[in-house]
Structures are given as C-alpha cells and as structure tokens.
Design a protein around this ligand. Structure first.
Ligand code: ATP
Ligand code: MN
Length: 535
C-alpha cells in the first residue's frame, strides 16, 4: 500500500457547519486517483493519467458567477453583468443549505495556498464532495510542505458541492449552478457544476480584487517564462490564444501558465502550482512537453478513449474544451520558485479568425494600452451547426470575467509599469492567415514560436526602417523575421483577394471602435491614438 496521506494531522469541519462528515484530509494524489476509480468516477488512461467527465458543465459559466455585495466590495467592484451582485443574507442562507447538504458525507479536504512569492501567500482550504476535484486542487494550487501544514491557518475556503442544485426562486441564483465569492467571509461557494476550472478561477477572481486593492500588485491573466539570462516574458491572451502552449518552451523555464502578479518590487510571481492545458488536437510532435506531462498525477477532462485507454485528442464529441491539469513539476524546465524579474517582453496573444491582424507587430505605449483594454480575440463556431462566421470577442484586460474592478484600474497599473520598465510590447496573432476562418489556415505554431523567439532574442531590431505600418491598425510589422517566410508577415499579402482583405480589415476595425466606446471617457489622447486609423 502506498503512502495515502501526506500528514498524520486530522481536522474537523464542524466550524464550517458541516456536521458528521468523514473527512479525508490531505490525501496524496495517488490516493485521490484510486478513490476516484473506486467510486466509478474516473478511469486510468494508458498514459497513467486519471480521466474523468465533468458532467453537465464542460466549461465555466460566467453568467452564474456572483460577488456578495458587502462593506468591502460595494464601492470598489465594477458591478454589472460581469460582476453580478449577490445579497449577503441570501448568501448566508444558501451557504447553510450547502453545508447541510455536505454533512454526513465522505468529503475530501486539502490545505494549499496561492501565490509563489511568500509575501503574498494566500492560504486556502478546499472542501470537495468528489476526490478528483480535490486532486485538481492538489495539481493547481501550491502545495504546503509537511512543516508548513503543522500550523496552517486557512484564510480563504473553497466549498465545492457539484451535486448540490440550487433552487433559483428561493436561493437568488440564475439557475441550479453557481460560483459566489464572499470577501467578508472569505469563501468561494461553488455548487451545481463539476467543472474544475470554477475552483481555480474562483480564487483567481478573489486575488484580482485583493492584490490591487490591498497589496499594490497588478494581477494578470497571463503565462510567464524566463530565459537563461533571467529575462522574463509574459503572455496575455483570452482562452485558446496560446498562453499555455507558448509559455511551455524547452529553452525557457516556465514560471506559470495562466495567473500571475506583477509586484512593486519588480517581480512577477505565479499564483498557481500547476497547469491546465487545452488538449483538443494535441500532438506529441508539436507540443512534446505538454504531451509528456500527461502521465500519472495528471487529470484528463472530457476526452474520449479507446478500449485500451488510448486518448483520441481529435475527438471533440463531449466538448471542444477538453483539458488536462497537472502539477507544474510535470514540466521539465521550470523556474523554482515560480518567480521572475520585471518582464523584458510582453506578448498580447490573439487568435484573429478574420485573418486581418499581422502575426507579429510591435506596439507603442498608446497602442499597448488600447489593445489591453480592448482584449480582442475571435470566437470560431467550430463544430456548432449553422454558424460558420467568426465572431469578434472583446474581453477587457484579456480576462474580464475574472476582474472585479473596473478595467481601467488594471490598465492604469499596467501602463505605469510599462513606462517605468520600458518593456517591449508585441501583438501576436496566433489565428488565421491567408483569409478568414474557413478560407485561410491557422498560423503554424512553428512560425509563431520563431517570431516570439526573434522578439525575445533581439533579432528584431528597433530600427523603424525594418518595419512597415499596418494601414488600418497602425501596428508596426517587421519586414523580416529569422525562421519565418517573409510572405506571412504582411497579412494582406497572404490573401488572394486584396479588396476582400481591406473590406474585412475595415469591418474588424469598426468592431474595435464600437467596443472601445464604453472606455473612451477614461482614455487619454495617447491611448486614443492607439486605436485603428479612421478613414
Ligand atoms: P486558456 O486561458 O483557456 O487556458 P490558453 O491561452 O492557455 O487558453 P492554449 O491552451 O495555449 O490557450 O491553447 C492554444 C491552442 O491553439 C492549442 O491547442 C494549440 O495547439 C493551438 N494552436 C494552433 N496554432 C497555434 C499557434 N500558432 N500559436 C499558438 N497556439 C496554436
Ligand atoms: Mn491555458
């Protein structure tokens, strides 16, 4: 029998109002894997990874994410349909129902923390109904040592009851599932959904309030890595734009793949202890590090396997959003601890399905602020029936669903840091080239990697002679990039129909302008000058 517990410590959940539960405290990853298989909630894939189905929800549900409106949040949060207010009394009642539901059950409890920089450490207790969700917490949060566990005082608590269904009429939710943050009680209450991402993004949302408000630190929805010279790169981008893929680089040590803080002490630190990679169409050849991370200890979500437990990464029959979580140490080249210095390069990743934006361009400070506030990517309908047109998608700060404050708060902090450090800012289009989705193709990963390497190594000179400006977006496009065919660098040249390109570029720039209207009153002239050129 293997070591099933990481500690001899035991805890009670009575203080949470959870009565008479059998508490499985701090089980090892292996024990949680076994428990999941025993309960019939997962199977072992041929790689050794645990494979589960998350059930009704295979992605986050942003419309069911609430924040309790209380003395701490009422004047600070940017309330609206992203940060939906929840009544404190209603929360109290719903919480009591959830803990009653969890009473008398077999539960899985884990103490962990967020924030790799010790001065920002946030201790978290995660209480799960299901063992695999507790294993997810082991993978994704930072893992305290046995010594640290001895006098561990949890600050935030995640109460996770996927089997509890809310009654919207009575409970004040929109439907049966919910993810609610209470900053007074320091609780993330998640019910009615088995999607594990709600757990990590719940704590991320909490930190996106706590760090700027109380710790003068900029929280960022970005990945980060560091080169041999100690030079940090960070990669912002919405879901599917390449944060995880591009930060996982054998030549550069991974700091983290999704959530970081940029401190006033000139450091960048990871909030998490693991990675959560998309695996749709994953190939060993193109992404060998991520492929190799899928082994015992990893959790595959919503993938299809054959009778031998061999995963078919092309199968999207359950969802396009197939995932794997693994502790960061499943990647070979990692930074320990997960902290870097001020970034030398910032990449804004976008998957432009219109095929309009250049695959790499250099941004002025005004353009950088403009594009950060805009947070553009495109959504492709993929396999959904009836929809074949890509849709522009704007999400401020490249992560609006997780940002409790007004976007300009984060943008101001980022702008100040960019000015202070003189960091280079690049816009990378990991999306379409040669035409829009359906006509052109996605930019080759190999080329995107070469462009990023060239930016980092300094192979792209600062000489303005080496750039031409995009006629609509005003972005500086390099004329040549080592390792990249010159003809892909200017998007218009990749289209067979130049007039069609101009038309599409105009359409996309109109979407940018329309979206930015809501922020215009907050922007200075420099930022406004970063907008596409009006013709
Ligand atoms: P999330 O916030 O949801 O975690 P992410 O930004 O981390 O999203 P990735 O998991 O890196 O996104 O997903 C990018 C996907 O796009 C991967 O499946 C990758 O293989 C694919 N891809 C195809 N071409 C490119 C390219 N040129 N650059 C980056 N990724 C590409
Ligand atoms: Mn990712």
């Amino acid at each position: 029998m293997m070591d099933h517990k990481q500690t001899t410590k035991t805890i009670s959940l009575e203080q949470y109002g959870i009565k008479n539960a059998k508490v499985n405290y701090q089980l090892s990853s292996d024990a949680l894997h076994e428990a999941t298989v025993e309960k019939g909630q997962g199977v072992t894939a041929s790689s050794g990874a645990l494979a589960v189905n998350t059930g009704e929800f295979t992605g986050r549900s942003p419309k069911d994410r609430f924040i309790v409106k209380d003395a701490i949040t009422k004047d600070k949060v940017w309330w609206g349909n992203i940060n939906i207010p929840f009544d404190a009394d209603k929360f109290e009642k719903l919480y009591n129902k959830v803990v009653t539901y969890l009473s008398n059950k077999d539960l899985y409890v884990r103490d962990s923390y967020a924030c790799a920089d010790p001065s920002y450490k946030l201790n978290i207790r995660v209480i799960n109904e299901q063992p695999w969700m507790n294993m997810f917490a082991y993978n994704m949060f930072l893992r305290p040592t046995e010594e640290e566990l001895k006098d561990f005082t949890p600050e935030w608590t995640v109460v996770n009851a996927p089997g509890f269904m809310a009654d919207p009429e009575v409970d004040g939710t929109r439907q049966h599932n919910f993810a609610i943050l209470d900053f007074t009680r320091k609780i993330a209450l998640i019910g009615g959904t088995g999607y594990t991402g709600e757990i990590k993004k719940g704590i991320f949302s909490a930190l996106n309030f706590i760090l700027p408000v109380f710790k003068n630190t900029l929280p960022m929805h970005c990945s980060a890595n560091v080169g041999k010279e100690g030079d940090t790169s960070i990669f912002f981008g919405l879901s599917g734009t390449g944060k995880t893929t591009l930060s996982t680089d054998p030549e550069r040590s991974l700091i983290g793949d999704d959530e970081h803080g940029w401190t006033s002490e000139n450091t960048v630190f990871n909030f998490e202890g693991g990675c959560y990679a998309k695996v749709i169409n994953l190939s060993q050849e193109q992404e060998p590090e991520i492929f190799a991370a899928i082994k015992k200890g990893a959790i595959l979500e919503n993938v299809k396997m054959d009778e031998n437990g061999e995963v078919d990464f092309k199968d999207s029959s359950i969802t396009q959003n197939t995932r794997v979580s693994y502790p960061i140490y499943h990647i070979e080249n990692i930074r320990k601890p997960s902290i870097g210095e001020n970034p030398k390069n910032i990449f804004f990743l976008t998957a432009d399905a219109f095929g309009v934006l250049p695959p790499i361009s250099k941004l002025t400070p005004g353009q950088a602020a403009y594009h950060f506030i805009s947070g553009y990517t495109a959504k492709v309908a993929g396999t959904e029936a009836g929809i074949d047109e890509p849709l522009p998608s704007f999400s401020a700060c490249f992560g609006a669903p997780f940002m409790p404050l007004h976007p300009t708060k984060y943008a101001e902090m980022l702008s100040a840091k960019m000015k202070e450090t003189g960091v280079n800012v690049w816009l990378i289009n990991t999306g379409w080239t040669g035409g829009p989705y359906g006509v052109g193709n996605r930019m080759k990963l190999k080329f995107t990697r070469a462009m990023i390497n060239a930016a980092i190594s300094g192979a792209l000179s600062n000489d303005p002679e080496n750039y031409i400006n995009h006629p609509v977006f005003g972005l500086a496009m390099p004329k040549t990039v080592p390792g990249v065919p010159t003809e892909v660098l200017n998007p218009k040249a990749t289209w067979t129909d130049a007039a069609e390109y101009d038309k599409t570029a105009k359409k996309l720039s109109d979407s940018f302008m329309n979206n930015f209207k809501q922020f215009e009153e907050y922007a200075n002239q420099e930022i406004l000058d970063g907008a596409p050129v009006v013709k």
